[in-house]
Design a protein around this ligand. Structure first.
Ligand code: 13P
Ligand code: SF4
Length: 304
């Protein structure tokens, strides 16, 4: 049944010249039919260079919006219209514009997990894999980092030469994980390395052997000569790694590390989107796009 659906999807995407992008949190069966799977940064770069006229994003809304910003001439679809990122909606541009008034000489650095409207008040966007490098390279000494306080705290520690002002946003999925969960997982698997996403709380990050984006975690585990790993990010990564490295063992840091939004998209959604009876075509006001895309272009210029 899954194979049949995948065959249909592969046929339709070939016939219709569609590029399927899938965030690494998607299920194995979706990643198998995608043209490209990766973290937020890699997907943004790929979206810009994809030759196809239509792109379907299997991920969450802000990712499809970024694709549309970078490729306004393309038809861009979000495979499941309900898939949002709660962090992206936490602050609006009016609030940030107000905060900016108190910090006029601060560069606004926005995590890519933000709405297009919020990106219009940012100087530059970053992803979890590019945040440290970009904050270090920015000419400004003062940085207002929005919205994720956990990623912001991690970046601040890596870039001590700069002054950071952080807000109190964050990912509800990663923030669920407490220090006790990490200690319990380490006790249960004493030989395993702990690999975590920087959206986790600082007290969890502090216990980690490696901190990185979804792609960073996967690359680290694949290349490592160690055999056991506790994965401190969405549990889809545990499954992907187990497929990629059958001789190694991967354990979820917690059974609660599940993003309900990332779990929404199914193979059926993708098929229906290709058949023109599902998903949502992303449209964007051109003025909004022009203002918002500057911060993404700048991020790509810095090279991730
Ligand atoms: P990455 O930048 O690692 O892909 O993370 C995106 C995300 O939503 C993590 O929760
Ligand atoms: Fe958003 Fe967190 Fe889900 Fe990533 S894991 S999409 S940051 S809610």
């Amino acid at each position: 049944m899954i194979k049949d659906l995948q065959q249909k999807i592969l046929r339709l995407k070939r016939e219709q010249d569609v590029c399927i992008l899938a965030h690494s949190y998607m299920s194995e069966e979706i990643c198998e039919v995608a043209d490209f799977t990766g973290d937020s940064f890699a997907l943004s770069v790929k979206a810009k260079s994809a030759p196809q006229g239509t792109i379907i994003m299997c991920g969450v809304r802000f990712m499809a919006e970024v694709v549309k910003m970078l490729s306004p001439e393309k038809r861009v679809y979000l495979a499941n219209a309900q898939a949002g990122c709660p962090m992206a909606e936490q602050f609006d541009e009016e609030i940030i514009s107000e905060v900016k008034k108190s910090y006029p000489d601060y560069a606004v650095v926005a995590y890519i997990n933000t709405t297009a409207r919020l990106k219009t008040v940012a100087d530059v966007c970053v992803t979890s894999s590019s945040a440290v490098k970009i904050c270090r390279a920015l000419p400004q000494k003062n940085i207002l980092f929005i919205p994720d306080i956990n990623l912001g705290t991690y970046v601040k520690e890596q870039v001590p030469e700069k002054n950071f002002k952080l807000l109190s946003g964050g990912c509800p999925t990663h923030a669920k994980i407490q220090r006790e969960d990490a200690l319990a997982a380490k006790e249960a698997h004493p030989n395993a390395l702990l690999l975590v996403h920087p959206e986790c709380r600082p007290e969890v990050v502090e216990l980690a052997d490696f901190v990185g984006s979804t792609a960073g975690i996967m690359e680290y585990a694949e290349k490592s000569d160690k055999r056991e790993f506790i994965i401190g990010t969405e549990n889809a990564i545990v499954q992907h790694l187990q497929f990629k490295c059958p001789d190694k063992d991967f354990y979820p840091l917690s059974k609660d590390l599940v993003c309900n939004n990332m779990k929404l998209t199914t193979l059926i959604d993708l098929l229906r989107c290709l058949e023109g009876r599902g998903g949502e075509q992303i449209t964007m006001d051109e003025n909004l796009r022009l203002k918002a895309v500057k911060s993404i272009d700048k991020m790509i210029e810095f090279g991730g």
